[in-house]
Ligand binder design. Structure first.
Ligand SMILES: NC(=O)c1ccc[n+]([C@@H]2O[C@H](COP(=O)([O-])OP(=O)(O)OC[C@H]3O[C@@H](n4cnc5c(N)ncnc54)[C@H](OP(=O)(O)O)[C@@H]3O)[C@@H](O)[C@H]2O)c1
Length: 349
């Protein structure tokens, strides 16, 4: 049985309001755009009809008429469908559900570190979930490589050095002006340094902190600026199990990743009232360039020992991307200030 706006719908799209039934039924059989008003959809307008070849079933996209677009129900063609409705107060109607709870249709997400590894894979996955993705990194060429692997042409490349932390809020303001307010932020950019205590220097520590922590704080600060993000939006910071469990020789990196976890909790408290969720993902070792660099800096025996600490083996970037998409989407709408460990069992011992 299917629900539309809380009303039961039989096959053929008959609903209790004949006008709505006729409009929906006709729209689902044609390519034309449907205009409001619908009595059952007073809070929504039908934005456009999608029928992506090879991209799963097409359907009708409904955007919130107040412009927030924080819920974008997707009506598949032909089959039964469910709608999610969010009242202007922000209260979710219990009798409606979205067809794909991970769908990001109509939502814009900024992904840092998108030129490589986890950030790249997250950007690709989000494009497959129909988000519009702003892919950020310093290396424009590698960002182009990411975009080539993404679904759809709506995505945007942003070459930006997060080392210039003071410039981050203005950068996000510009992005929001040019693309519309953001629904999500994934901060995957980061650096990893192997530096035992005897080799530590203030400059080395500050380099790691600036790249991993100061950038995150300024990104979140920028994201929450008026007009830069929508209510109901979500931030995911990529931390690490190094922030949870001890590992010799990476003190500054571990401290930076623990700092992200502490910061995310504080920010979650501060931004809950603004309808913004903040969470971390803490991966174990994932097969990316960063892991390759680690492999080069330690002996084969040391790397084998690190690998053996992951009962499910080393992770793939997509393993982290899945967890990130879960925390970004409505699937995690009641989750904030937490850290999702994705580590193949590394911390389970
Ligand atoms: N791989 C792992 O085993 C692992 C495990 C736990 C946590 N993590 C964390 O996951 C995140 C992603 O790691 P990864 O393995 O995907 O790393 P990666 O392949 O080395 O990619 C790092 C990304 O960060 C970007 N970046 C670095 N410094 C930047 C700066 N100053 N400004 C803008 N972008 C910058 C790089 O882009 P450009 O070079 O284009 O600037 C690149 O896209 C990191 O935060 C890392 O600490 C990784």
């Amino acid at each position: 049985m299917t629900l539309v706006g809380g009303k039961r719908v039989r096959p053929g799209y008959s609903v209790s309001t004949p006008g709505v039934a006729a409009e929906l039924s006709a729209a689902l059989r044609s390519d034309r755009t449907v205009q409001p008003p619908f009595r059952e959809f007073e809070r929504f307008e039908v934005a456009h009809r999608r029928r992506d070849a090879g991209a799963g079933p097409g359907g009708l996209m409904l955007n919130c008429s107040d412009g927030r677009n924080d819920v974008c129900p997707h009506i598949p063609l032909g089959g039964p469908f469910l709608l999610t409705c969010r009242a202007p107060t922000g209260a979710v109607q219990r009798d409606c559900m979205i067809s794909n709870p991970l769908a990001m249709t109509g939502r814009t997400v900024l992904v840092t570190g998108a030129s490589s590894g986890i950030g790249r894979e997250t950007a690709i996955l989000l494009s497959e979930l129909e988000a519009t993705v702003i892919i950020a990194g310093r290396n424009r060429e590698r960002l182009s490589g990411t975009r080539e692997r993404m679904r759809g042409s709506r995505h945007r490349i942003e070459a930006f050095d997060l080392g210039d932390a003071a410039a981050i809020p203005a950068w996000i303001k510009r992005l929001a002006l040019e693309t519309g307010p953001l629904f999500g932020l994934v901060h995957s950019a980061g650096i990893h340094k192997v530096a035992p205590l005897r080799m530590m220097s203030p400059a080395g520590i500050e380099e790691v902190m600036r790249a991993n922590v100061t950038s995150a704080m300024m990104l979140v600060s920028g994201f929450r600026q008026r007009g830069c993000s929508v209510r109901g939006s979500s931030i995911v910071l990529i931390s690490s199990v190094a922030g949870l469990a001890g590992q010799a020789g990476i003190g500054a990196y571990s401290a930076s990743k623990a700092a992200l976890i502490g910061f995310s909790r504080s920010a979650a408290m501060e931004l809950a009232g603004e309808g913004i969720r903040v969470n971390c993902v803490a991966p174990g070792i994932v097969e990316t360039e960063m892991a390759d660099e680690l492999r080069e800096k330690v002996t084969a025996e040391q790397f084998a020992a690190i690998e053996a600490m992951h009962p499910l083996g080393l992770g793939k970037p997509l393993d982290v991307a899945f967890a990130t998409a879960f925390l970004l989407g409505d699937t995690a709408r009641w989750i904030t200030g937490t850290t999702l460990v994705v580590d193949g069992g590394y911390t389970a011992r």
